[in-house]
Design a protein around this ligand. Structure first.
Ligand SMILES: Cc1cc2nc3c(=O)[nH]c(=O)nc-3n(C[C@H](O)[C@H](O)[C@H](O)COP(=O)(O)OP(=O)(O)OC[C@H]3O[C@@H](n4cnc5c(N)ncnc54)[C@H](O)[C@@H]3O)c2cc1C
Length: 489
């Protein structure tokens, strides 16, 4: 019996895990099922378009797709149940139990695409946005809003991680900067009328606990005509808190970010035209003294309310000052409340793993309940032959490099289980996804369809002197991706 594996999700985790299995399990085959019309997951639909270096990861994932022992099925939504029974979703094209019966093992790599909701009074207001919707919009993700309002000059971003800085940068972007990227022309058009000039970033904890990395801060600082404004009070409070007995000390990378922010703050006060960071492009640094775009960082600020006007539109943000205790936990002081006047709020407080519908989740991270990648049932037993990897396994955190490490470890675990004869033979060895999908009228695509999409995007790029331009029209994306009679793969 061949070892044939099913992977659910064609993001970085699913593709890196597939690659590792193909390399380590002799003669194995892998079928990858992806709900979107195209593969790549958040690499395509999350990572900011002005981060082209990380997008080059796509080249390595494309090489994985070239493996003749891998088949890709796009436009296929896998769920726990199908049809009208309880826990079932009529939109599911295949079910987990069908895959379990048809394959040696199933690897769930469904990642995350939904933002965690911030629930405070007023968070249902017009102009209160989930950062995940914004990132999906500028990346032209399936199901994303097709339009975005960028007409409000002063905006709040809530969150202390890399996505908060992505959103800040992307809010302040100019159409000229976007013309160097692969965003869809419809996205650039919206930026032509953008009025956003001032972003206030609110972080619940202090500068020592900021979760963004130095590169992200540097990318923001490198934007022409930008000033990053910090509040000295935050650094004083931070120093006091770190001096407290038993205070949790920042690790090496947090310390580097803290020092960088302190340097930026000092330099901006001493001489707003001087750039303290040698890594910053000097041309951009010179331009930065023009101070057209302002970013204000407000640490120790917990949002408590979003005031609105009679039309339900955001008019501001109310925050409570917090302090951070020795274990790194933030709590409001209850003494210092402030109202900020601004007209849009973006919540970037994290992502919620997608899972597969009704599978049990880890309460803290939202990840699928698992032990080192092996799926665990609600009563704590290992589910044989079902694994999870990437953001589905760890929760929504970590860069692509972390996801790759995780997926490789999972591939090795699967290979070890094959070697130890831990995996049962498939109950339905004749399972053929093509026959099943066709019988259900599912318009699935494959690798040839993905190559057509890539070709069309390169073609669209030529028209605007770019390497490529993303297709934002979902009908067009599907038309190109759906399998054609003469497709080979
Ligand atoms: C806004 C944002 C910006 C980021 N920027 C960077 C960056 O600059 N650098 C960096 O290194 N990392 C960045 N990351 C992190 C990086 O995107 C993740 O580490 C990585 O994408 C996680 O990979 P994954 O495969 O686990 O999940 P995903 O990338 O989410 O892929 C999961 C795939 O599974 C599919 N899927 C989900 N459910 C189903 C289902 N039921 N049936 C079939 N298919 C399904 C999804 O459509 C998706 O294609 C960013 C993340 C976000 C959210």
């Amino acid at each position: 019996m061949h070892n044939v594996f099913a992977v659910i999700g064609a993001g970085p985790a699913g593709l890196y895990a597939a690659d590792r299995i193909l390399r380590t399990v002799h003669g194995s085959h892998v079928d990858v099922f992806e709900k979107n019309p195209v593969p790549m997951g958040l690499l395509r639909y999350g990572v900011a378009p002005d981060h082209p270096s990380i997008k080059r990861v796509q080249t390595s994932l494309d090489r994985i797709l070239d493996n003749p022992r891998l088949r890709l099925f796009t436009g296929v939504h896998v769920g726990v149940g199908r049809g009208a029974s309880s826990h079932a979703d009529p939109h599911n094209d295949l079910t987990l139990s069908e895959l379990r019966a048809g394959y040696t093992a199933v690897i769930i790599a469904t990642g995350s695409s939904h933002g965690r909701r911030l629930v405070i009074p007023g968070s249902d207001a017009v102009n209160f946005h989930d950062a995940a919707d914004f990132t999906a919009w500028y990346n032209s993700a399936p199901g994303a809003p097709t339009n975005w309002d960028l007409t409000t000059p002063i905006v709040a971003v809530i969150g202390g991680g890399n996505v908060a800085l992505d959103v800040t940068r992307m809010l302040l972007c100019s159409p000229e900067e976007l013309e160097k990227t692969d965003v869809a022309p419809s996205v650039i058009n919206r930026y032509v009328h953008s009025a956003v000039s001032e972003v206030h970033v609110f972080v619940r904890r202090g500068p020592a606990q900021a979760k963004w990395d130095a590169r992200q801060l540097r990318d923001l600082r490198s934007m022409p005509n930008i000033t990053l404004n910090f509040d000295d009070r935050d650094f004083v409070q931070c120093a006091d808190e770190l001096e407290a007995p038993d205070a949790a000390q920042p690790d090496h990378s947090h310390k580097a970010v803290l020092r960088m922010m302190e340097r930026l703050d000092r330099a901006e006060r001493d001489d707003p035209g001087t750039d303290p960071d040698p890594a910053v492009d000097p041309a951009a640094a010179r331009l930065s003294s023009a101070q057209d775009r302002q970013v204000y960082f407000h640490f120790y600020s917990q949002p408590v309310e979003v005031p609105t006007d009679d039309d339900g539109e955001v008019t501001g943000l109310v925050t409570d000052r917090t302090h951070v205790d020795a274990s790194g936990h933030a709590a409001p002081d209850g003494e210092d409340q402030r109202t900020w006047h601004l007209s849009a709020v973006y919540s970037a407080i994290g992502y919620q793993p997608d899972g597969l519908g009704s599978l049990p989740l880890e309460p803290a991270t939202g990840a699928l309940l698992n032990k080192d990648g092996r799926l665990v049932s609600p009563d704590g037993r290992i589910v044989r032959g079902v694994y999870a990897t990437g953001w589905a396994r760890r929760g929504a955190r970590g860069l692509v490099a972390d996801t790759q490490t995780d997926a490789h470890a999972l591939g090795d675990l699967v290979a070890a289980d094959v070697l130890a004869n831990e995996l049962p033979d498939p109950a339905d060895p004749l399972f053929d996804p093509i026959t099943v999908l066709r019988s259900r009228g599912v318009r699935y695509g494959g690798i040839d369809g993905w190559r057509r999409v890539e070709q069309a995007e390169r073609q669209a790029g030529i028209a605007s002197s770019r390497q490529k331009a993303k297709i934002s029209d979902m009908d067009e994306l599907e038309r190109l991706s759906v399998a054609r009679p003469d497709d080979q793969r």
